[in-house]
Design a protein around this ligand. Structure first.
Ligand SMILES: Cc1cc2nc3c(=O)[nH]c(=O)nc-3n(C[C@H](O)[C@H](O)[C@H](O)COP(=O)(O)OP(=O)(O)OC[C@H]3O[C@@H](n4cnc5c(N)ncnc54)[C@H](O)[C@@H]3O)c2cc1C
Length: 418
């Protein structure tokens, strides 16, 4: 599908937002209120709200999360009865869309009711066998087919770490280090990614490629750049991910944009702060090299918000996705869109959050007409357990205060008088 942008007067291809592209909507005053819990939890019954509150209350306790994570992983490994059942009824239900692609349909439909799009995210991690990597590619291809037939699923997210071994990606940071067999294995990885991007291009489904740890990211960037060069010529299909907690990534965003312009394709940019800060710091210390992560949160925030400004200002040649749970960064993008007089649902300007988190941002953005999507993770409990542990840890309070999510849930319970 190709849409003419009213502002830049050029073809704006792609589906992220284009289905809801509302030409009649002018850029009116900005009325965003992320503290509006009535809208944020409008999809939850009283009972569901109480259950969610209970879950986040459990997760607020760091000791409980640490113990629960270790027991959960051990229980799954040893097939302890009811472990899987318990995980599925609690944390899995909160943060995942189901075990299979078909299971996700319920979540997709539920989000669609609130004009929220879905980004399918097959939760695969840490595999090393070639046949498993081929299976993962097939899973991603199936997700693209599913998305193509589903009006509110414009994007499939993929992880190169599900298509390659971590060791190989690390080695491939310096191509000269690759042996002949490594080189062949790397070619197979490139072919898997290419199969996915080509299919996305054919069926008009976008492909977001996740960012990983710095010791693998150069290899991933190389592959993604070659895919963007191939498939982002007449529309934006492939998106790289920029981790702004890294000191070098704002510059890299600018350089990627310049390269895209020089080589005649459009940049797809998903912005994130970055998920692997502790491991990055620990490894830099152990191996005695300068850590690539900003020295403090303020510096990360500064680069992140500058990146948001850059992609919005260059929306004609960059299709972006602001992937964050940070209220200020989301508000900033909304304000810039208003200041520049761009349509709120311009297909190049998108927001997304993870399912089960920051509904206050997603539901309030969608109710104001912005393009917003949820990452809907799916996979077997065993496959997604590491993802679930990360989510639990993210919602833990170290200081004993209520976590961001818990405060919002408490506000809504109070508002409903429950
Ligand atoms: C839809 C979606 C997709 C994502 N995809 C990826 C991905 O592909 N790759 C990836 O790595 N992450 C990914 N993430 C996770 C993301 O990188 C962040 O870890 C997470 O979203 C928290 O950051 P925030 O912007 O939501 O908000 P905030 O809560 O405001 O920021 C927390 C983040 O700030 C940074 N930070 C915190 N303390 C410090 C400090 N002392 N010094 C420097 N920096 C600090 C860290 O990055 C931390 O995660 C994704 C997140 C979302 C919502």
């Amino acid at each position: 599908m190709v849409t003419k942008c009213l502002y830049c007067k050029r073809s704006v291809p792609g589906r992220f937002g284009t289905k809801n592209y509302n030409k009649a909507m002018s850029e009116s005053s900005l009325k965003l209120d992320f503290s509006n819990t009535e809208i944020a939890f409008s999809n939850k019954s009283d009972q569901e709200l109480k259950q969610t509150f209970w879950l986040f209350k459990m997760m607020n306790n760091q000791q409980l999360v640490n113990m629960g994570s270790s027991l959960g992983m051990l229980g799954l490994k040893l097939h302890v009865p009811f472990t899987k059942y318990f995980i599925k009824k609690t944390i899995f239900k909160q943060f995942c869309g189901g075990e299979t692609l078909r299971d996700t349909q319920k979540t997709v439909d539920q989000l669609h009711k609130y004009k929220i799009l879905t980004i399918l995210d097959y939760g695969v991690e840490g595999i090393s066998e070639e046949h498993e990597m081929d299976e993962t590619r097939d899973q991603f291809l199936a997700a693209i087919k599913f998305a193509a037939s589903n009006a509110s699923v414009p994007v499939v997210s993929i992880k190169v770490t599900g298509l390659a071994s971590n060791d190989l990606l690390e080695k491939a940071q310096e191509e000269s280090k690759l042996s002949r067999s490594d080189y062949e294995a790397f070619e197979r990885v490139v072919n898997r990614v290419n199969d996915i991007c080509r299919y996305g291009h054919e069926l008009d489904v976008k492909v977001f490629i996740d960012a990983e740890q710095s010791w693998m990211q150069d290899s991933i960037d190389r592959i993604v750049n070659s895919m963007m060069e191939k498939y982002n010529r007449e529309k934006v299909i492939v998106y790289n991910t920029f981790q702004l907690y890294r000191t070098d990534k704002l510059e890299y965003l600018y350089a990627s944009h310049q390269k895209a312009q020089a080589d005649g394709y459009m940049l797809g940019a998903k912005l994130v702060r970055g998920a692997y800060m502790n491991r990055e710091r620990q490894r830099a210390e152990e191996m005695e090299y300068p850590c690539l992560i900003h020295k403090d949160k303020e510096a990360t925030d500064k680069d992140y918000n500058q990146a948001v400004e850059y992609v919005v200002k260059n929306y004609e040649t960059i299709a972006s996705c602001n992937a964050s749970h940070n209220a200020y960064s989301n508000q900033l993008q909304a304000e810039l869109i208003a200041q520049m007089g761009i349509h709120r649902n311009h297909p190049h300007l998108n927001f997304c959050q993870l399912i089960g988190m920051s509904d206050n941002i997603s539901y309030n953005l969608s109710s104001e007409g912005y393009n917003v999507a949820k990452y809907v993770v799916y996979g077997s409990v065993k496959q997604v357990i590491h993802y679930l542990v990360r989510r639990a840890q993210e919602n833990t309070s170290i200081t004993g205060d209520l976590s961001r999510e818990l405060k919002l849930l408490q506000t809504e319970l109070d508002r409903r008088g429950l």
